[in-house]
Each structure stands twice: as structure tokens, then as C-alpha cells.
Write a new protein. Structure first.
Lengths: 192, 330, 718
């Protein structure tokens, strides 16, 4: 069979933080490299480039993924949220505020990934997803509260070599509480 | 990484056809293993056929009370699915024990089964490896092998299959359905992987160009009482050094039926049939569990630095079976 | 920064008050730009090619096919690279590591040695070309395995004497009522900072500018200027945000090769190490084998102490991991002998890594102390209290302040140590055996000369400029507080700029000396500025700037034993049927001088303790014993502790004051890891009754130990 003529680049549109970006990419370009090298969105970090550290965590259709193992060309048509799209203008997201207030970082390089991951952890937990720390995974069981052990397990895909885990876990817990309060307030508003 | 073409498949037939038309193409699912292997130079395809938009992303109950799992269902969706959690809890536990939340959101069921070993010699293209370069040698046998196989290996390759999910699926008699240019096919998961022998580079019995489309789980009432336990060198986000998926059906202190599969001990998820034979019909006691474990591990052939796995697997099997027998989920 | 109500400033209250980081907002929003993230027009990308062979010579590099590949601009190697000047001793008293001085000859002294740099228009093109480049080698036999009795080992001085000795060691050991004589090993450990090394070099207006990730912009600038025979004023290095360093981020192959390429191509070139490349190019902590011999009276008072450590170094550079040094501070004995040895192997050169010497050394000596306590039937805390030295055990010098006893007592009180049953292997929680352990800690408190510029701006605010580095320590924030107090103003009115070699010479972020050294310089300049402002009301548009240099003040400091101290406590759970170990809680109490910012200082101390857990249970870089190459050199093969491994660690401090020091800072970056691994290992002994003398305490080691008589595997249903 004659080889079909092949193309190794594509022109595509990426939907990032609510903005459309048009670019031409080498198929080898990962979403991480497209963000950092092509679009100036350097908040997403490259720690290992192998899916082994979590520093490059972004949200894809609101779910957390490692952008280093996701090809940019395969991200077309998906809704991408990076750390640059987490805050509401000058107002930090409650999780960001908690990281800042509780010193949930040191060098800051893993931080965008930790923050994106934490936001997703809170949503996954709210959706009733169990974790490896959940004693009883059956759907009839009482959903586990987001205890420190649950947070630790769920956040374990984000390494922090500075060793700021203790304050990160506190920040995620505080962010989760703020998230819960906001949801309750919204629900009450709607009910009123 | 070599330059390559990229196509998104819209339907299963088209995906299989696209792959067949290229010299050296691969299906791209979550990419969590393939893209990594392309970066390290282990895989150098000229075409990627992206299968993630195929309509294979559903978990459905089958008429007979089993489950039909689409090949592009993500690990996360599989683990969170109420039917999986209710009817095959060890499968949820196995999936959740693997990788990280991010990787589970990307990785697919089909890709999980076809992922490659994480043996450090396999991923280092500057050195020999029989699995990567047939006939080049296996440095692990005389080198670093403390997390290598103790069952079913050969002198040609001692690498282990890294999947957690596959261990639970193996225990539950999963069937693998696939599509080829010549039509669909099916193979039991226990027969998906070839014995290592002297051809460790040949890993599965799938026909060339086959695309896994579904995994089916037959009904298994005992699976509702199942458990997965994994031991690794850190508390999370690490591959297993040993794992056990087990289910027990008991009556009056006797084992009526048992399912047992082991992870991180062989080139494939290891169904422990010898142990199951000992368990079936025997009293559910520590002695039985130990005898079952010993029966399974009688064939173990450890290397100088991985003999601990025999002890570990024996202890793990006894411990998990004891927990199930006591009906206590601790 | 924590908001404070505007109003008359409360004078000199900033230091000691918890403050969030001044750059915190940038870090949590992703706008803080690290070295590889600063945009440059016309940027080219370099990719290093490393040797897969372990020893030998490069026979040939076939560049032609690679130069024909898309986007490839050049290939640099020993055949075309400029010759560099290497015969010098740098700012920190060391010559350059030959692994950083790339492409000077055809010799390959270890696997992962840099042999070429491929530069291309895009990173993808550079990577593929680098992987395609055909290099042929002539191999030579190699030796890469460290053994305790290597006949080629020799005593070596690093930043301290190789050996110290007093008293009759054999005689005192022979007459001791209780003796410990054991060997301890620690494996190769990798810094594994989250941000791999990255540098962009360019020529701009006749000056070489390097944007880099390093622990000292002025340090790297002086090294590059010397190597390339450039006038120091024509080289500028900037390093604004650094994604961790831990000792690894000094002069490395990435900066040097980037400068070569930028010079050759006359355009900006960026070189970023891959995670795998950092394993051979970024330094590491050498594996150690250590023999400790202790002799004591029946009441636990030490009569003999012998600590000998051996580490590996490369064949081209000597680095000493001074593990035996910790005994020169913590414990005295009539007969006292310490020695650091090295052996040259065909491996990369190790380097400083968080608490060099103290981290592995404290594992050995503090484990041995625990064994002594066990054999003598004395409580481990009490044993340390009984052996606190009056003066420096080797130097005889007085301590500037030594509050180890206060740490031990406060730690024991808060940990609940008094209730501890000393018997091992008897506490169960389900399948888990429980135990507690402790260890003492010390780390040197030094300072090095630095310069600082402090400017009173016409606007009424102040600008501090100093070539400091904030590698995550919180230095930028700490210096803001220091300057505010010295200027008698509020932190909100102080703007601290760091990470620029143009600000003048300054100490690096290292040795727990950074913040102390910089704070001294900032205080000196700020104090003088305040005095000037007291007599000058008019501030010109360019402001009034005062420059300080602490060289003289530091030279006048009296010779004393200056150290921080600490007491580490850990509780662990061990499942001897699976080999799993979980640390359940940990407490560290430290005497670390004046705490500038409690929020960030606590984070530093807890971070160090987290490293201790990681060192005790996880970290081990594996080298194939036949090829001498790393096995799985990545973050899946090299395990650092992740969230699930780390419990709610507590760190706190006791009052500690150095009367000679105007600032009183001792540094908190390293003391947290010292003794931490020993505390965990001692707790594992208390849990199981099995002593683990080899790190990390992996599941297979726990299982192997459990298989030995007397059986201590726990009942499944206890």
C-alpha cells in the first residue's frame, strides 16, 4: 500500500480560559509546551515532562489532567482552564487565597498545579467520587468527609519537593470550606 | 520525538482503517503511557489515530447482570460509576490505587490494558532490552530487578505489567472485545497476554491493527464482596510492588467460590487459579488461605533481589482473604 | 502581604510577626516568571546530548545529518566549542565542576556526561535532533560501586578538617561498660527540585546577560565571567524566581552551554535540563557508608566516640560529604575521633544537598545513640541530656548559644515522651505495630560577606537591592521585614529587589547562611541611611542610596561554635507483613536564633522534616551495578515523599539568642532535616524491635527483617 501523504503540523483553535487562540502546531507539541512556549501562558509549569510530578496540571473540560502528556492537537475542542484563568479578575479564588494566607508553598513552582488540582479535588469530592483513602467505596455508603487523609490521597499526584504538604493540605481544607459556604449561600439565595 | 501525522477517528471502522493505512501507526487514547514512550524514544510512530471521540465512553449493564465498559471510558469514570462501586468494588479500589487523579482523568480502560511495562531498562533506549530490541539482552536479570517478576518470567524478560485495573478485571473474568478490518473479535483477558518465553517483544494475542472497543464483565455476585490491596514504596502515586484482588463467596464457614488475582508479579495481571482451586470448598481459615497462597507461589522463581515478593504476596493473599472472610472491610 | 491599618508605624515590630509572602500573589496566580519563562525575541533552543557510556573517549560525532534536519542551527561539541579558563577557585572556595565546563575534551568520566549541545528553532526540533545525533565512543572499564572497604579511599577535607582525634580510643572503648559498633549506609539522593535547571543567554549591548535559575546570581555571574575570560562588569545574571535548589543550583552545564551557543549564533539561546538529565548533571548527595563506635559508662556518659564516613566522588572533581562532622558539635568524649573519607569512582560529582554532612551523618550518629540508649537501658532523651558538651568537643571553643537541652525538654513534653514504654515491638493497632523515636540535631550558623543597597525614594518609600536568592525560603519577605525594622518604617513601604548580579556581591542561598548574611548587609545599609535621613530632609529625585559591605564586621566576629540545634520526635506505624511504614506524627523543636517570619520559618522547618521522612523511607537513586548508569532516573523511579506520606508535622522553637550577632538569625533551611531520618528509623526500631541501619527503609527490607528470628510479625487479628 502506498503511504498516504502525511502532515506533521496542524492549524487549530484552542479554547483557553474562555479565549480562543488560533495557532499552528507541530504535532509533537504538548499542550504544556503550547501554553508555555507559544501562548505565553507560563503559569503552567514543567517539572518532569513525564506525568510524574503534577506541576503541569490544568483543567480540561473542568477535569484535572497533566498537560505534559496531552498533545496540543488533541486538545482542540476542549475547554482548557489554566492557573491564569482561576482568579476572577483581581479577586483570588478561595483556594488561591488559602494557599497565600496559609503559606501553602515555598518555591512556588508546583503551586499552579497544586491549586488547579485542589480545585478539581474539591469538585470531585462534591460529586461523590471515592478515593483510595475511602474505606467503603459502595455508592450506598455515606460519602466520606474531605478529611486531611482524603485530601492527602487525592492530592498525591502533585509533588512538592520543598515539603510544604502540611500547609497545602490546610489550604485545600480551607478552600473546600469556602467553596462549601459559597455553595450554601448560593442555594439559600436561590431559595429566598 | 519523531514527527508524526495525527488523525481523529469518528467511528470505530474508520479508526481501524486509518491505522491500517499507515506504516507504523498507534491508537492514541489518554496518551499517559504512549506520549511518554514517544518522548523517551521507545515508540516512534508515524501516525497517531486519536480514538477518544469514539462512542465507546459508556459503562452499561448487560442483560445478564454484567457490565459492558467502553474502551475509552476514563479510569476516573470507571472508578466512580455506581454499578462498578456496588457490584465490583475491588475494581474501583484497583483503579483508585493507580496513578494520580490527573492521570486517571486521562487514561482509558483500553489503554490501561495495553500499557507497557515501566521497567527502567525498557524505557532507556540507550541500553539493551529484549522487549524493545529483540535479541539485545535483558540487563535486569543480572542488574536492577527488585521490582521485577517472580511468576511466569523467563531469562529473556523479567518485567512486570504495571496495571492495577487489570488485576481486578482479571479476577472478574473480563472479556476483551476488539474490532479489526476483518470484523470484531473477543478474547478472555487472561488470554490477552502472551507468555514471555523467548519473545517478550510480542505482548498480546490481539490481531495486528486491532482496536479494543469494550471490556465485558460477566455477572459475578461474589464480586460485590471483593477487595483490592496494593503495596508500594510510597503511600500513593507509585506503581505496585505487589497487589491482590480477591473476592470470596462463603457459606457456613466454607469457601464456595473464590477469585484471586495478583499484580506486579508477572508480565501480565496474574490470575491465581492454583490458589482458587485450594480455596474452593475448603474451610475459610487462615490455614486454608496460607495453603492457597503457597500453592500459587510454588511456581515462583525469584531472582536474587526480589525474593521478598514471594513473602509479600503470601502475606497479602492471606491478609486480604482473612479480611474478606471476616466480612470486615478493615 | 497581610494588610495592616495605615497609620503611625509601630517601630521595629515587623520582625517576629507572621507575614505572607510579598510575591505570594504572583505565585498563586501563575504570574511569577521563572528562568525558562521570560520571553525573548528570536529565541533558539538548545538540547544537551549526554554520554550513555560510563567511561571512555568520544571517537566521533557525526554532525552532518543532524545539521540537515529541520530547524537545526548548530551542534556544539569538544571539536568546535571555545576553550574555557578553568584554573581558578571561585567565590565559594571551590574550583568549577568539570561537568559544568562543557565540551573541553574527548574524555568521558561518567555516564550522563555532556558531549554536545544541539540548537534549533523549536524545542521539538532540538530534541529530535539531539536524540538523532550519532556519537561513537571508545569504551574503557569502569568502577561505580561504593564499598565500605575500598582500598583507594582517602581522608579528605571539604570545608572542614578531614580528621580529628583526641584521647586513647581503643583503650576507652575497651574499658567502656556499654559499646556500640555498627555500620550505617545512606543511598545516593537527588535534589529533585521541582523546576529543572534552565538558562537563557544573550548578548545585549555588548554585555552577556543570562536569565537563570540559581541560588546566587552573583556567584554564577563571577563563575561565567572567569570561565569565558570576560570582564566581570560585562556579565549580568538574573534569577528572580527559583523553583527550588537545595544545593543543586550553581554553575552547571546548562548556563555554560547556553552562553557558548548564544555567542556562536549571536541570538538568545535557552537550555533547559530534562528531568532525566538532572540526575547526572545537577549534582546529588553521595551515598555514604559510616562506621560509628561508641563507648559509655553504665550511666550513659560517653567515654569513646569514633565516626568514620566514606562517600564517593567523581574522578575529575573531589567533593566531600562531611558526615562525620556532626559529632564534632553534638557529643564529647575523652577519646573522640572523626574522619571523612572519599573514593573516586566513574560517577558524577556529588554536591551540597540540604544539610550536607549533617543529614546522613546525623542518621548514623543518632541511630547509634539510640542503640546505646537501648543497650544501656537509658531513655534516649536523657542520654542526650547527659552528654551535652560544655564547649566545642573538638575546638574547645565556647558555644555562642546552645539550647539543645531546652529543645529536648520542650519536645519531650509536647510529644508526650514521658509516657513512652521503652520496650520495642509490643504496641499494635490492627495490622500496624506502633513505635516512637527521637534524635538530636545541629547545623552550623554562619554568615558570609555581602553587600546591599538601600535607597530612600523621593516618594517616601524605600528600595532594597541585594543579590540574594529566594529559592522558596521566604528570603524576599524576610528581608522586607528586616529592612522595615532597620528603617523604622512599615513593610508596606519597603520594596526588596533580589536576584540580580548587578546589585553587587552577596552570599548565595545556601548553608543556612543566606538570610543571615543578607539581613546583616541590609541592616547595615538601612541603619546608615536612617542616620543620614535624620539630618537630611530633602530627598533628590534619584533618592538617597547607601551601600553596605559586611566583610569587615564579619571578620571581627569572635571565634565561637555557632550552631542551631533541635530535637526531633516521630511516631510510626509498621506493617511487618507488607513492609509498609507510615509516619503518624512528627514534632520538631528547634533553637534556631531569632525567627524573622514565623509563617515562613515554620514552613522551612516542616519542609526539612518532610525531607527527613522522605530520606528515611523513600529516596534512593539506583545505579545499575554492571553499566554504572542510573536505573529509572525520573520521578517515578526516584520516590520523594508525596502528600499521602506526610502527616500533620509540627515544628516550633524555643528562645535562642546569639549575643554577638546584631541580627541574631541562625537560619532555618537545613536544621529541619537533621536527625529527622534517625528519629523515624529509631521509631521503626521501637515499633518492631528491628534496627534498620540502611536507608531507605523499604518494604523489602522490613519484610526481610521480619523473616529473621525472633519473629516479630504481628498477629493479623490483634
Amino acid at each position: 500500500m502506498a503511504p498516504t501523504p502525511s502532515s506533521t503540523t496542524s492549524t487549530l483553535t484552542l479554547d483557553i480560559n474562555g479565549e480562543k487562540h488560533h495557532l499552528s502546531v507541530d504535532h509533537r507539541t504538548t499542550l504544556l509546551d503550547a501554553l508555555r512556549e507559544r501562548l505565553g501562558l507560563t503559569g503552567t509549569k514543567k517539572g518532569c515532562d513525564q506525568g510524574q510530578c503534577g506541576a503541569c496540571t490544568v483543567l480540561l473540560d473542568r477535569r484535572r489532567v497533566v498537560s505534559c502528556l496531552h498533545l496540543a492537537v488533541a486538545a482542540e475542542g476542549r475547554e482548557i482552564t489554566t492557573i491564569e484563568g482561576i482568579a476572577d479578575g483581581d479577586d483570588l479564588h478561595p483556594v488561591q487565597q488559602a494557599f497565600l494566607d496559609l503559606d501553602g508553598y515555598q518555591c512556588g513552582y508546583c503551586t499552579p498545579g497544586q491549586v488547579c488540582s485542589a480545585i478539581a479535588v474539591i469538585e470531585e469530592h462534591a460529586a461523590g467520587w471515592p478515593s483510595a483513602a475511602t474505606e467503603d467505596v459502595r455508592p450506598e455508603s455515606v460519602p466520606p468527609p474531605l478529611t486531611p487523609d482524603e485530601i492527602r490521597e487525592r492530592m498525591s499526584g502533585n509533588l512538592c519537593r520543598c515539603g510544604a504538604y502540611v500547609s497545602i493540605v490546610q489550604a485545600v481544607a480551607r478552600g473546600a470550606r469556602a467553596h462549601e459556604e459559597a455553595r450554601t449561600a448560593t442555594a439559600e439565595e436561590a431559595a429566598a | 520525538m519523531k514527527e508524526f501525522d495525527y488523525r481523529r477517528a469518528q467511528d470505530v471502522t474508520g479508526a481501524v482503517a486509518l491505522l491500517a493505512a499507515a506504516a507504523d501507526a498507534r491508537f492514541l487514547g489518554g496518551g499517559t503511557n504512549l506520549v511518554d514512550l514517544m518522548k523517551s524514544g521507545v515508540e516512534r510512530p508515524d501516525l497517531l489515530v486519536d480514538v477518544r471521540e469514539l462512542p465507546l465512553d459508556r459503562v452499561e449493564s448487560t442483560a445478564d447482570g454484567g457490565l459492558r465498559i467502553g474502551a475509552t471510558v476514563t479510569n476516573s469514570d470507571l472508578a466512580a460509576h455506581p454499578d462498578v462501586r456496588r457490584r465490583y468494588p475491588a475494581l474501583t479500589q484497583a483503579v483508585l490505587a493507580g496513578a494520580s487523579g490527573q492521570l486517571r482523568n486521562m487514561a482509558t480502560v483500553g489503554g490501561n490494558l495495553l500499557q507497557r511495562t515501566r521497567c527502567g531498562y525498557f524505557t532507556d533506549v540507550s541500553g539493551p532490552c529484549n522487549k524493545r530490541v529483540p535479541g539485545s539482552g535483558c540487563p535486569a536479570v543480572a542488574g536492577e530487578h527488585h521490582n521485577h517478576a517472580v511468576l511466569g518470567a523467563s531469562g529473556h524478560c523479567v518485567a512486570v505489567h504495571p496495571s492495577d485495573m487489570g488485576v481486578a478485571l482479571t479476577a472478574f473474568d473480563a472479556q476483551v472485545r476488539y474490532e479489526t478490518l476483518d470484523g470484531p473479535g473477543e478474547v478472555p483477558l487472561t488470554d490477552l497476554y502472551l507468555p514471555v518465553g523467548d519473545t517478550p517483544h510480542r505482548e498480546t494475542t490481539l490481531p495486528p491493527g486491532a482496536l479494543i472497543t469494550h471490556i465485558t464483565l460477566p455477572p459475578a455476585p461474589l464480586a460485590a464482596h471483593s477487595r483490592y490491596r496494593k503495596v508500594r514504596e510510597r503511600a500513593s502515586y507509585a506503581f505496585a510492588i505487589g497487589s491482590v484482588a480477591a473476592a470470596l463467596d462463603m457459606k457456613d464457614g466454607q469457601v464456595r467460590e473464590a477469585r484471586l488475582a495478583l499484580g506486579a508479579v508477572a508480565s501480565r495481571p496474574w490470575r491465581a487459579r492454583a490458589a482458587e482451586t485450594v480455596l474452593t470448598g475448603a474451610p475459610a481459615t487462615g490455614e486454608t488461605f496460607a495453603a492457597a497462597a503457597d500453592a500459587e507461589l510454588a511456581a515462583a522463581a525469584p531472582l536474587p533481589d526480589n525474593g521478598y515478593k514471594v513473602t509479600l504476596m503470601r502475606n497479602l493473599m492471606v491478609s486480604v482473604l482473612t479480611e474478606l472472610a471476616e466480612g470486615d472491610a478493615r | 502581604m497581610t494588610t495592616t491599618t495605615p497609620g503611625p508605624p509601630a517601630l521595629r515590630t515587623a520582625v517576629g510577626t507572621a507575614r505572607t509572602r510579598v510575591e505570594g500573589r504572583e505565585k498563586v496566580t501563575g504570574t511569577a516568571r521563572y528562568a525558562g519563562e521570560i520571553p525573548f525575541a528570536d529565541l533558539a533552543h538548545g538540547w544537551l546530548v549526554l554520554s550513555p557510556i560510563t567511561r571512555g573517549r568520544i571517537r566521533d560525532i557525526d554532525t552532518a545529518p543532524v545539521l540537515a534536519m529541520p530547524g537545526v542551527l548548530t551542534v556544539l561539541h569538544h571539536g568546535n566549542a571555545p576553550r574555557l579558563y578553568t584554573d581558578y577557585v571561585g567565590m565559594l572556595g571551590t574550583p568549577p565542576d568539570p561537568a559544568a565546563v562543557v565540551f573541553q575534551h574527548d574524555k568521558v568520566p561518567f555516564a550522563g556526561w555532556p558531549v554536545a549541545l544541539v540548537v534549533a528553532e523549536t524545542p521539538e526540533e532540538a530534541r529530535e535532533a539531539a536524540e538523532t545525533l550519532a556519537v561513537t565512543y571508545d569504551r574503557e572499564p569502569h568502577s561505580t560501586v561504593l564499598t565500605a572497604d575500598d582500598p583507594d579511599a582517602y581522608p579528605a577535607a571539604g570545608f572542614m578538617p578531614a580528621a580529628t582525634e583526641k584521647g586513647d580510643l581503643q583503650g576507652r572503648l575497651a574499658s567502656s561498660a556499654v559499646v556500640v559498633d555498627e555500620e550505617y549506609t545512606t543511598p545516593e539522593e537527588q535534589h529533585s527540585m521541582m523546576e529543572p535547571h534552565a538558562a537563557t543567554a544573550r548578548w545585549e549591548g555588548g554585555r552577556l546577560e543570562v536569565v537563570d535559575s540559581n541560588q546566587g546570581a552573583g556567584w554564577v555571574q563571577s563563575e561565567l565571567a572567569t570561565l569565558f575570560s570576560l570582564d566581570a562588569s560585562s556579565v549580568r545574571v538574573r534569577s528572580e524566581h527559583i523553583g527550588g535548589g537545595f544545593g543543586s543550583k550553581g554553575l552547571r552545564a546548562h548556563q555554560v552551554s547556553a552562553v557558548m551557543a548564544a555567542t556562536a549564533l549571536r541570538r538568545p539561546v535557552r537550555v533547559v535540563l530534562t528531568r532525566r538529565q538532572t540526575f547526572s548533571l545537577a549534582g546529588y548527595r553521595s551515598p555514604t557508608t559510616q562506621r560509628v563506635r561508641l563507648g559509655a559508662d553504665a550511666d550513659g556518659r560517653l567515654r569513646a566516640l569514633d565516626h568514620r564516613s566514606l562517600n564517593q566522588t567523581s574522578t575529575v572533581y573531589e567533593f566531600v560529604e562531611p558526615s562525620a562532622g556532626v559529632a564534632r558539635v553534638l557529643y564529647d568524649a575523652d577519646a573522640h575521633r572523626t574522619a571523612n573519607h572519599v573514593v573516586r569512582l566513574d560517577v558524577p560529582s556529588p554536591t551540597w544537598m540540604r544539610a550536607p554532612g549533617e543529614a546522613p551523618g546525623s542518621f548514623a550518629i543518632e541511630s547509634a545513640l539510640d542503640e546505646l540508649a537501648e543497650r544501656a537501658g537509658i531513655d534516649p532523651v536523657e542520654l542526650r541530656l547527659r552528654n551535652e558538651p560544655e564547649t566545642g568537643p573538638v575546638s574547645g571553643l565556647p558555644f555562642s548559644s546552645n539550647n539543645l537541652a531546652a529543645c529536648l525538654r520542650e519536645g519531650a513534653r509536647r510529644f508526650g515522651w514521658a509516657d513512652r514504654d521503652p520496650r520495642p515491638g509490643i504496641r499494635y493497632d490492627g495490622r500496624w505495630l506502633l513505635g516512637t523515636g527521637m534524635a538530636a540535631a545541629s547545623f552550623g550558623a554562619g554568615a558570609m560577606p555581602s553587600t546591599a543597597l538601600v535607597t530612600a525614594e523621593a516618594s517616601g518609600s524605600y528600595t532594597v537591592r541585594i543579590a540574594a536568592a529566594d529559592i522558596g525560603t521566604g528570603a524576599r519577605t524576610a528581608l522586607t521585614l528586616i529592612a522595615a525594622d532597620a528603617l523604622e518604617t512599615t513593610p508596606e513601604r519597603v520594596h526588596v529587589r533580589i536576584g540580580d548580579s548587578d546589585f553587587g556581591p552577596a552570599m548565595i542561598a545556601g548553608g543556612s547562611m543566606g538570610t543571615r548574611s543578607w539581613a546583616w548587609a541590609v541592616t547595615a545599609a538601612a541603619t546608615e541611611l536612617r542616620e543620614r535621613l535624620a539630618v537630611t530632609q530633602d530627598i533628590p529625585p534619584e533618592g538617597i542610596t547607601v551601600r553596605s559591605d559586611t566583610t569587615e564586621a564579619l571578620g571581627a566576629l569572635a571565634q565561637k561554635e555557632r550552631h542551631s540545634f533541635g530535637a526531633q520526635f516521630a511516631e510510626v506505624a509498621v506493617d511487618t507483613s507488607s513492609g509498609e511504614i507510615r509516619v503518624r506524627r512528627m514534632l520538631g523543636i528547634f533553637a534556631a536564633g531569632r525567627i524573622v517570619n514565623p509563617l515562613t520559618a515554620r514552613n522551612q522547618l516542616v519542609g526539612g522534616m518532610t525531607w527527613g521522612i522522605s530520606m528515611a523511607l523513600h529516596e534512593e537513586a539506583v545505579r545499575d551495578r554492571n553499566t554504572g548508569r542510573h536505573y529509572s532516573p525520573d520521578l517515578a523511579g526516584y520516590h520523594v515523599a508525596t502528600h499521602a506520606d506526610v502527616p500533620d508535622i509540627e515544628a516550633d522553637w524555643v528562645d535562642d539568642h546569639d549575643p554577638d550577632d546584631p541580627i541574631g538569625i541562625k537560619g532555618v533551611g537545613e536544621i529541619g532535616i537533621v536527625g529527622a531520618a534517625a528519629a523515624v528509623a529509631n521509631a521503626v526500631w521501637h515499633a518492631t524491635g528491628v534496627r534498620h541501619r540502611n536507608l531507605p527503609i523499604r518494604p523489602d527490607r522490613v519484610l526481610a527483617a521480619a523473616a529473621l528470628p525472633p519473629s516479630d510479625s504481628g498477629p493479623a487479628d490483634a
